[in-house]
Design a protein around this ligand. Structure first.
Ligand code: ZN
Length: 512
């Protein structure tokens, strides 16, 4: 059953009547919930503010009704880190309501929409002057687990130490959410009216597949995203280094999730009388084949964009060497030169598969006659599950049953129409850096917005120092960002709002 919680706020931040645009969201299944009721589902306001006030170094922006949180986006990030939104289970409600209050204090009206009351998403809108289609900023507030990780500083304190803000989500992606919020609040405070409406979507549930977050919104509330062509979110904008060169990738497209189930069968029986060549032995052969062989090289348009863009940043002869990877006969030989760095590059050139889950006997003395494993498949844009299955068959043979469990499709090629504008902003902000378009090997909320024809650019700019790698810190211990980085990113996103639709009067999107 779909249950949607809808709240709206007057400029003073109190519960108000639904506006005309919000009212159309209500269906017979929709339950309108007053704010006080919503608050009671989480921590009651009194307890919540007590909790916030315990952090003597925290501004508790929303509780204080402060409207100028944008002036200190890094403190805003610290506030967000304090909410433990580890997913599973998520528990994003308190964090989302904090953001709702923050926005309400600045005069924004927001709606909360979700399949579950304790897992809401938030949507708000800064009206534009109608000279361009709306622009979307989307960010998720759930984070991955910190279990079994050793942290130098507690992951949910947002401590500032040694020149960094430490905490789960600083990179993925409460840092980006803080940038978007601060940029939007700043636009409001400075009475800046963008060329098109700016829609902000704060999302839950990204880290376990987005079923309650972007996927839910796209499937159930697409009206909020009507006519949007471009969006900004995670997956790019952080600095990386190749040799002496500093590069800023902007994510323009992602690989596509294709989860498979493989089943092997064989003689079962009692554990006291072992069988030979049974399902376990077949499973061992299957895993070994997957471990020894890679799927074939495919040079897709997205692969080409990434390699050509990155190689432009490199000096001779490194640029020529990298470009040789675009020759399928040479790809693996060149990648081998990268040593351990190959792990990060390899997914750009092929579909990948990783065995992750095994279901076998659940009793120690029963030999299973059937074993299933789940395979995490990631397809290059433009590849189909059928092509992927054929590639897998070539590696694992035909005596294994294969089924597709989940496939999230996407377009074969990105829309590069707004890339140059974003690249120009980063070049201006950091003259040392070279910007290039990135095919992201992970997946994010962007894949669901793509179903509505929305092109997301991964653009949460963070000038990381040379020794820190975003892809290692993102889900690992000691996730952190340099002090000053969130302000840098906020300025870049604010500049993007300003340049959106402003570059060329004949082109409302300003893409030239
Ligand atoms: Zn993320």
């Amino acid at each position: 059953m779909f249950v949607k919680n809808v709240t709206s706020f007057t400029a003073s931040g109190g519960p108000g009547n639904l506006t005309a645009s919000c009212a159309c969201l209500l269906s017979s299944q929709t339950i309108r919930v007053r704010r006080c009721h919503l608050a009671n589902r989480g921590i009651p306001p009194a307890c919540r503010s007590r909790k916030m006030n315990q952090r003597s170094d925290m501004p508790a922006h929303a509780a204080a009704g402060e409207t100028a949180a944008y002036r200190d986006p890094e403190r805003l990030l610290q506030d967000l880190i304090h909410f433990d939104t580890t997913n599973p289970p998520g528990n994003e409600a308190e964090c989302v309501r904090y953001i709702e209050q923050l926005l309400a204090g600045a005069g924004f009206q927001a709606v909360l929409l979700g399949r579950q009351p304790d897992r809401p998403n938030l949507i708000t809108r800064l009206p534009g002057r109608g000279a361009a289609p709306p622009l979307l900023l989307h960010g998720h507030v759930d984070v991955v687990t910190t279990a079994n990780q050793k942290w130098t500083h507690p992951p949910f304190e947002g401590k500032v130490a040694d020149g960094y803000i430490w905490g789960r989500g600083t990179l993925d992606m409460k840092g980006g959410v803080a940038m978007m919020l601060a940029a939007l609040l700043r636009a409001k405070a400075e009475s800046f009216v963008p060329a098109g409406d700016v829609v902000l979507a704060i999302l839950c549930d990204e880290e376990t597949g987005s079923d309650l977050g972007s996927k839910y919104l796209v499937e159930n509330h697409p009206e909020h995203f009507r006519n949007i062509r471009y969006a900004i979110s995670e997956g790019g904008g952080f600095a990386i280094y190749i040799g002496k060169r500093k590069l800023y990738p902007i994510m323009v497209t992602e690989k596509q999730l294709c989860t498979m189930r493989a089943t092997v069968c064989g003689a079962g029986g009692h554990g006291s009388m072992p069988v030979r060549g049974g399902a376990m032995a077949r499973l061992a052969r299957l895993i070994q084949r997957l471990d020894r062989r890679r799927l074939p090289v495919r040079i897709t348009p997205a692969t080409r964009l990434t390699v050509e863009g990155a190689s432009k940043a490199l000096p001779f002869p490194a640029n020529l060497v990298l470009r040789q990877t675009l020759n399928p006969l040479m790809t693996d030989r060149i990648l081998a030169l990268f040593g351990p760095g190959r792990t990060a590059l390899d997914p750009l050139f092929r579909n990948t598969v990783a065995a992750t889950v095994v279901h076998a006997s659940d009793k120690f003395n029963v030999i299973p006659s059937e074993i299933t494993i789940e395979l995490d498949g990631r397809l290059l844009p433009g590849c189909s599950p059928e092509q992927f299955t054929a590639e897998l068959r070539h590696v694992i043979g035909h005596d294994v049953m294969l089924e597709v469990i989940r496939y999230d499709p996407g377009p074969a090629e990105p829309d590069m129409g707004w890339f140059d504008t974003l690249a120009g902003i980063l070049r201006q902000a950091d003259a040392e850096g070279t910007v290039f378009p990135l095919l992201f090997s992970g997946v994010s909320d962007a894949r669901f917005f793509r179903r509505l024809g929305i092109q997301t650019y991964g653009f949460t700019p963070i000038p990381l120092p040379r020794h820190l790698r975003a892809w290692e810190l993102g889900h690992g211990p000691d996730e952190r960002v340099p002090v000053g980085a969130i302000r840098f990113g906020t300025d870049a996103i604010y500049e993007a709002l300003k340049r959106y639709g402003a570059a060329c009067p004949t082109d409302p999107l300003g893409s030239h």
